[in-house]
Design a protein around this ligand. Sequence first.
Ligand SMILES: Nc1ncnc2c1ncn2[C@@H]1O[C@H](COP(=O)(O)OP(=O)(O)OP(=O)(O)O)[C@@H](O)[C@H]1O
Length: 503
Amino acid sequence: MLQRIAQPLPYAEALLEQFGQLSRLAKADDLPAGLVQAAAQLAGCELSQLYLLDSTHTRLTLAGEWLEGQARAEPRASLPSDYDGEQLLQYCLCQNRHLSLANLDHNLHETSFLPAREQAWRSLLCLPLQDEQGRVGGLLLLASHSARELEGFAGSLASLGTFALTQHQLLQRLRAPVTPISTAPTSLPSSGYGLIGSSAAMRAVYQLLGKVLHNPVSVLLTGETGTGKELVARAIHDCGFRRSQAFIVQNCASLPENLLESELFGYRKGAFTGAERDRKGLFDAADGGTLFLDEIGDMPLALQAKLLRVLQEGEVRPLGSTDTHKVDVRIVAATHRDLRALVEDGRFREDLFYRLSHFPIALPPLRERDEDILQLARHFADKASAFLQRDPCRWAETTLTHLAGYAFPGNVRELKGLVERAVLLCEGGELLPEHFSLRQDASQAGDGCMNLRERLERVERNLLLDCLRKNRGNQSQAARELGLPRRTLLYRMDRLKISPADV
Ligand SMILES: Nc1ncnc2c1ncn2[C@@H]1O[C@H](COP(=O)(O)OP(=O)(O)OP(=O)(O)O)[C@@H](O)[C@H]1O
């Protein structure tokens, strides 16, 4: 950061001193003046300015100026949101990049934001400053009458400026009137572990989560697609005592049996053709941490027996090995299937079912917790706006009603996707019903209707059939075109019930 400073050590000491002085300021109004003075002195510039964006990010106002050894206090008109005519400021704000000009050419650059002086301004450094949410919240500007290279100050002064900006916001918040805290009693936690939703159904989930966090039992998460099973598995890991160790995810439906086995348990050199050296499996990678086994209902029966052994004995035997070794892994498994029905059909081991269901947590579908829909929608819209560096969107009342009446067969995942798309489409700052393409067929909840997974499977089946037909049933060619190993294609065909006769 200081490589391009002539005397880095004295500079670093002076910089540290300025951080200290700014941190001791107790009034928000003193920070802009403190920052511009500090920046001008550190860089040895005659001018330093601080511009701040307002809370709606539409106006840029000069909040502080240090000119030739003096603070200038008189207020200046704020610049409109497009900073029309101020291309240099606009560049830094919109690109979130700093700008350094060692030879400022007034014929080339519009610089009416610089105060008029007899001596021309010859060099300029303009730095975007980020606010607490990581969005550009203002600009720190330095200018000198001599043609100098100011680039070397960029990193350190941007840090100082960002620090001052966040202190400024913090002190402003402290000064703001305190809103009374509700004293209404709450029997269940209303939000938790990074999950959004305060319906009774979700609060019951948070309560169960609280019980399992510091307890090593295996957990079975059930629920429809998109209800947040993986998110909950992560929460169990991140909030529990294993948080400093690995969290590993494996989808049991995504690989054919032998590949899944070698992924999970590892193998020894020579265990099968192509096993050129020993390889550790995911149980070893997750040792001390958590292994999340998604779609456990799709795990082949032979592997279920091996998994049971890990659960009962804590022992793993890699493929091609006669030895077992101990691992300490917490298993969190998830399924959207009815495991008990699979047991009755003989497709899931009963002993494994009982072992896994010591601590089941059922995640409710979104249609059973209407009150969470709008909370989640607002959360996703705010996140999407922040990501796009835009002001939070407003919600038209009709939009909220529109959303509340929708069944969300894809649950939270579908809601998230719809909201993110709507924020992209929304130009006037207000989310309207037309920004959401809600399917008519899902305006009512219905157990018989196809869920997202079934619809995705239908899309995949059509895609594979299409490719196989194009390649006149040649599986090797189709696999190559799809970028899949042939045996994965065969496995997917089997799962999706595609027979050569269909092709
Ligand atoms: N309560 C929640 N709060 C915030 N985000 C959520 C919540 N529930 C789900 N999500 C989000 O919805 C999306 C889907 O969640 P997740 O992948 O955990 O679902 P899932 O039940 O594991 O789905 P699948 O069964 O299809 O694998 C993710 O982007 C997740 O972050």
